[in-house]
Design a binder for this molecule. Sequence first.
Ligand SMILES: [Zn+2]
Length: 60
Amino acid sequence: MTVVACPTCGKKVEWTPANKYRPFCSERCKQIDLGAWAEEKYTIPGAVQGDPEVDKPTDD
Ligand SMILES: [Zn+2]
């Protein structure tokens, strides 16, 4: 039997067709991982967006 470590908590997980959350140990750990991924995704546009200097009117 194959045993893997849960990516979220590191707990040993039996890799079986019956375990629909594999490689996670539980639905909770799967949701946590997906949540972290989504958060990262949402962070990127805010981080690259906007250089305040560009919007400054140049009063020459
Ligand atoms: Zn886990």
